[in-house]
Design a protein around this ligand. Structure first.
Ligand code: NIG
Ligand code: FE
Length: 415
């Protein structure tokens, strides 16, 4: 049956003036396309109309519908969480306590904790167990308004366990009505077996993992953690170059812990560069001229107890396309909540609530190159919709530590 959402206090359409292809920058980030007393008509999992309730309700397809009264609700495109690591099996509570006692993320990783501490669980678990953990994470995301999630591997770190993780992501995606974008992150860190010979591990990634992922269409993107303690810029270039040769999209974790020049990565036209805490002013100016999205992940800063956050204001004011995502993972960001990320963006990064919402929806879609289907509520787009108990969109970033998401539609299916 068709669905009609009616009487939204505010419907945020995020519709664009000039069609869809471009990520939003500068002042465009503040345009939410707000309609008061708004309605959305949905048929076949797609948006048919979005506008004033009295106009939309007059449409022919609006007869014999399931009506959802959205009075005192803000209705917006489902969040696009464009950076998550859900393919793990257990929380890292020892790391958590060590950090509380004063150790840093890098010190814990150097002592054998960190990403390497998640390997055993993934290598030993069955594909079904892994898939069921991932479905749990996806459902938790949808509870908080997310309709599209990127999902990285990166806790297997050998051919068998990385491919098992990708297949588990696909299995989970088949059980969840939302949209999942799989990413191979075989280059998360160098696993212990290759500690003495990291280049040999890069060869394993390039010669076995990437070809297998491409051949079986298991991944849309390849990611690399380009950082001290993980992979060098030269190794990252080899990995991304190999991904491009195999027809896969590319993205990278970069400038999370230390500065790095971005030009070698930009040569591969990455869909996004993520974290970006230590991006330089020169690279901000270069990025502003590209369609590569800077995906900021402030939940990681929060959870690591850092005093500084990614430089959102500088990036936005310079014209860089900025997105926000959770970074859902067991080491630095155990949260599935995009509303919490909105709160952090506003309270710690001086983003306005409107900028944060665009960064979490439309620009998140751009970071996954899905803006033709996701990120705004316009006829023909997927009916991915979040409904919040609020009269004003600013409340989405205002309340924190509680979940005000009343419901989520995933391609027209009620979560
Ligand atoms: O994005 N930076 C690398 N990857 C994750 C952390 C993963 C982990 O510690 O398990 C991040 O913060
Ligand atoms: Fe990450």
């Amino acid at each position: 049956m068709n669905i009609l959402l009616t009487h939204a206090a505010q419907l945020l359409t995020l519709r664009g003036d000039r069609g869809w292809p471009e990520p939003r920058r500068g002042a465009q980030l503040r345009e939410l396309g707000i309609i008061e007393d708004g309605a959305v008509l949905i048929a076949g999992g797609k948006v048919v109309a979005a506008g004033k309730t009295d106009e939309v309700a007059r449409q022919e397809l609006a007869t014999n519908v399931e009506e959802i009264d959205c009075s005192h609700n803000v209705v917006l495109p489902g969040f696009v969480d464009s950076h998550t690591h859900p393919a793990f099996t257990a929380p890292r509570l020892i790391d958590f306590e060590k950090r509380i006692a004063g150790a840093t993320y890098e010190e814990i990783a150097a002592a054998g904790g960190g990403i390497r501490a998640s390997l055993g669980g993934v290598r030993e678990s069955s594909q079904d167990e892994l898939a069921s953990h991932i479905v749990g994470a996806l459902n938790e995301m949808a509870d908080h308004g997310t309709a599209t999630a990127e999902a990285k591997t990166g806790y297997g770190l050998n051919l068998e366990a990385e491919i098992k993780s990708l297949v588990a992501i696909r299995q989970a995606a088949e059980q969840w009505p939302g949209t999942v974008v799989p990413t191979l992150l075989g280059a998360h860190v160098v696993p212990p077996e290759y500690r003495e010979n990291p280049d040999e591990y890069v060869r394993v990634v390039c010669e076995t993992m990437i070809p297998a992922a491409a051949e079986h269409s298991l991944a849309d993107f390849v990611d690399v953690f380009c950082e001290r303690g993980a992979f060098t810029m030269e190794q990252a270039r080899q990995i991304l170059g190999c991904a491009v040769e195999h027809g896969l999209g590319v993205r990278a974790h970069v400038c999370q812990l230390a500065p790095a020049a971005l030009e070698p990565l930009l040569a591969f036209n990455p869909a996004s560069l993520d974290h970006m805490d230590f991006v330089s002013d020169e690279d901000i100016a270069i990025l502003a001229k590209t369609d590569t999205v800077a995906t900021l992940l402030p939940a990681a800063n929060y959870f690591l107890g850092l005093a500084s956050f990614p430089p959102a204001r500088k990036l936005i004011d310079a014209g860089v396309a900025v997105a926000l995502a959770t970074d859902y993972n067991p080491g630095t960001a155990p949260t599935a909540s995009m509303p919490f990320v909105l709160s952090l963006a506003c309270t710690h990064m001086q983003m306005s609530p409107a900028e944060a919402i665009t960064a979490a929806t439309y620009n998140g879609a751009c970071a996954l190159r899905l803006q033709d289907r996701k990120g705004s509520l316009e006829p023909g787009k997927d009916a991915d919709i979040a409904i919040f108990d609020a009269d004003d969109y600013r409340e989405l970033a205002y309340w924190f530590g509680v979940n005000r998401c009343r419901g989520t539609l995933l391609r027209g299916i009620r979560h």
